[in-house]
Ligand binder design. Structure first.
Ligand SMILES: Nc1ncnc2c1ncn2[C@@H]1O[C@H](COP(=O)(O)OP(=O)(O)OP(=O)(O)O)[C@@H](O)[C@H]1O
Ligand SMILES: [Mg+2]
Length: 364
């Protein structure tokens, strides 16, 4: 334990025994929640440090120990204000666990479901910007890019001051290795938040899948009160589609009002809606990089007029599939004819090229 206290201030994640974790968590009596990788318990070490212990599903195996330690070592050295800190791990015959800093205000999902835990839109905007900064660090500043694969409100944790910290980064890699004995109860990503390419077999998946999930998160923030607002209560429409239709017909402002967003936050909400429409573009290469998302949300760069992210769902049904190993697409109808043309899908603006929002070539 003394070693842990020393290590806490250092870079390196500490190794714990299952006995130490059993004592700290009072025999795993305080369950914070469960997910696809295992269950999370609250714990306190003798020096008063409060932790969240995630006990991973699966059994340990000497063969995976070195690789597990190497990967945990990498995750444990990643420090950023908007990322949850990993203090250490346990790798024993009967237990594999990760020990994280404890986040006093829990996860963002509980602030998006109803009005009982009301966070104002300005705070929610700050949370969105902080979250994007955390993801940007993973994508753009780590020695080896880390794709999260599971950005969603449950993985955005809030500290005592409601500063957002992205949780569970690096876990997809840790738990998906072929030789691992850890089991996943579901595929990568979470329905609703996962980018379309995650559900298409053999489709190339890049960091842009996190941008898509972040866009869905923005829609959740904007639309969180809509079920309590009368005029929208009847609307069964998928909210992102509704946002697009309103934007396309110049009625985004009206929708924002109907979502119950207070006057002073309407500009911010409108900005968030436009960024969200960019983030959920069907084609990954149309989505902005997350660093640009940060700037657009902050208001430090102009937001280009979004293109229709749902073209593939309106009218004709499109199927996208990869061509060879490159990240290009052919887009066809179910009957096989090519539908993508310069005029209906591909339009570029000077701002898009300035900010490196890429447009795929017309002939793919
Ligand atoms: N460091 C932490 N501090 C406080 N609460 C936490 C912490 N980590 C997780 N939790 C809580 O425990 C819950 C379960 O976490 P867990 O990561 O197992 O599942 P999830 O985030 O819902 O799904 P996924 O497995 O896809 O990440 C979270 O939703 C969160 O409320
Ligand atoms: Mg989680």
């Amino acid at each position: 334990m003394d070693k842990f206290l020393n290590d806490m201030g250092r870079e390196k994640p500490t190794r714990f025994t299952d006995q130490q974790l059993r004592i700290a968590t009072d025999n795993f009596s305080n369950l914070l929640g469960s997910g696809s990788y295992g269950s999370v318990y609250k714990g306190v070490f003798s020096n008063g440090t409060v932790v969240a212990v995630k006990v991973l599903n699966g059994s340990s195996d000497k063969k995976i120990e070195e690789q597990f330690k190497a990967e945990v070592g990498t995750i444990g050295r990643i420090h950023h204000f908007n990322l949850v800190r990993l203090y250490g791990f346990c790798f024993e015959r009967n237990m594999i666990a990760l020990v994280y800093e404890y986040m006093g205000n829990g996860s963002l999902d509980r602030y998006l479901v109803n009005d009982t835990n009301n966070l104002g839109y300005e705070k929610l905007h700050e949370i969105a910007v902080g979250t994007a900064r955390g993801i940007a660090y993973l994508h753009e500043e780590c020695q080896q890019r880390i794709v999260h694969y599971d950005i969603k409100p449950e993985n955005i944790l809030l500290d005592g001051n409601f500063n957002p910290k992205v949780a569970d980064f690096g876990l997809a890699k840790l738990c998906n290795r072929e030789n691992t004995h850890l089991t996943l109860t579901k595929g990568r990503g979470t329905p609703g938040y996962a980018a379309p390419e995650l559900w298409i077999p053999n489709f190339p998946v890049t960091h842009k899948c996190d941008v898509y999930s972040f866009g869905v998160l923005l829609f959740k923030i904007i639309g969180r009160r809509r079920n309590t607002v009368e005029e929208l209560a009847e609307s069964e429409e998928w909210f992102p589609m509704l946002v697009w239709k309103k934007f396309d017909t110049g009625k985004l402002g009206e929708l924002i009002i109907k979502c119950g967003i207070e006057q002073k936050s309407r500009d911010i909400a409108e900005r968030m809606a436009k960024v969200a429409l960019w983030c959920v573009q069907y084609r990954p290469e149309f989505r902005p990089v997350i660093g640009l998302v940060v700037k657009m949300l902050e208001g430090s760069v102009e937001i280009p007029e979004p293109m229709n992210p749902f073209q593939h769902m309106m009218g004709e049904i499109f199927i996208a599939h990869p061509v060879q190993e490159s990240q290009t697409y052919t887009t066809t109808t179910l009957s096989g004819s090519i539908m993508v043309t310069d005029s209906n899908m591909l339009r570029s603006t000077p701002i898009m090229s300035k900010y490196e929002i890429e447009i795929a070539p017309a002939t793919l």
